[in-house]
Design a protein around this ligand. Structure first.
Ligand code: ADP
Length: 308
């Protein structure tokens, strides 16, 4: 690598929207891809706040803007408009040198294809040592640190094997160790279980969850897998380039000592107060262009236009 290693230099937290606990703040984020005269709006005013140490799943149909969001959070792409801050870094105007430091120290990335996360001719332990070397981690301590990271994600026994000698699940665990090598505060995973069977997917999610609960890393996972998204406290749905709804889960204690997980879906309101009414609600009540809102003591009522 030609760029010099740099210390992370986050901008001060004082003016960070979303409060001091907000690790990721996206507000009104727009990303337009321009191809000659044709514009594709990949993100159209997306809002997202993620608290430090939280783990969220991002779901949504193909083309919704999930990969674009992840690329922006990874520092690989820039928004056309809006605010994006991660760990106090302003990603809307990050100079190239700082972008390298950001990618090296602030975010760890796990991609869908296990083979793309690892260098095929290096053993697992040597793969984990690569980012340590890039960050100028002391040479004589690298092997021990890499072994410790592999142990943390449950694949200590694979240290001396090449990626081709590992199962898909083991490869993804090694990839998580690589991503965590420089202790980034944020881990981004793009369909990390896309190529794995259900049981292995579950294990990988448990590893990611432990990373968030035990190590305090903020984890954002893009997934298509509805069973997997049930394993996180919050699932954010993206549709047409904006956050459309969130499902929050919490565990409720029942009188007989048992507990159950309760999931509640919320619509997302942007800073201007706009809320998207789900299509099935609109169809059921034939809601069209105009609706009537009335304020009650504890809620709002939304009525069809009675003057049509
Ligand atoms: P998802 O990951 O949810 O499938 P993407 O973020 O890949 O969605 O894409 C969102 C939209 O932006 C799609 O319409 C896609 O075709 C478009 N898009 C993404 N990347 C580019 C690009 N580099 N050039 C042009 N259009 C793009």
């Amino acid at each position: 690598m030609s760029e010099p290693a740099q210390d992370p230099a986050p901008v001060p937290h004082a003016d960070v929207a979303g409060g001091p606990d907000a690790m990721i703040v996206c507000e009104s984020v727009v990303r337009i891809h321009q191809h000659g005269a044709i514009e594709v709006q990949a993100l159209q005013g997306l809002d997202l706040h993620v608290t430090s140490g939280e783990m969220i799943a991002v779901v949504g149909p193909s083309g919704a803007g999930k990969s674009t969001l992840l690329s922006i959070l990874a520092g690989a792409d820039s928004p056309t408009a809006g605010t994006v801050r991660v760990a106090g870094w302003d990603l809307t105007r990050l100079p190239r040198a700082e972008r390298v430091a950001y990618r090296r120290n602030v975010v760890g990335i796990v991609q869908q294809q296990a083979s793309r996360n690892l260098i095929p001719y290096l053993t697992a332990v040597d793969n984990v040592a690569v980012p340590l070397g890039l960050a100028a981690y002391p040479r004589r301590k690298r092997a021990a640190r890499a072994a410790e990271l592999l142990d943390r994600v449950g694949v200590a026994s694979c240290a001396r094997r090449l990626p081709g000698e590992l199962s898909g699940g083991e490869q993804q665990r090694v990839a998580i160790a690589v991503a965590l090598a420089n202790e980034p505060p944020v881990l981004l995973a793009d369909e990390p279980t896309g190529e794995l069977d259900t049981a292995t997917s579950h294990e990988i999610f448990e590893t990611l969850r432990a990373t968030s609960t035990r190590d305090g890393v903020t984890v954002v996972v893009v997934t298509h897998d509805p069973t997997v998204s049930g394993q996180v406290g919050r699932t954010v749905a993206i549709r047409d380039g904006r956050t459309s709804s969130e499902v929050l889960r919490h565990t409720e204690q029942l009188a007989d000592g048992e507990s159950r997980v309760v999931a509640q879906e919320y619509a997302v309101m942007d800073r201007a107060g706009r809320v998207q009414v789900p299509r099935e609600f609109r169809q059921a009540l034939e809601l069209t262009r105009r609706v009537r809102l009335t304020l009650e003591a504890s809620h709002l009522e939304l009525w069809p236009d009675d003057r049509r």
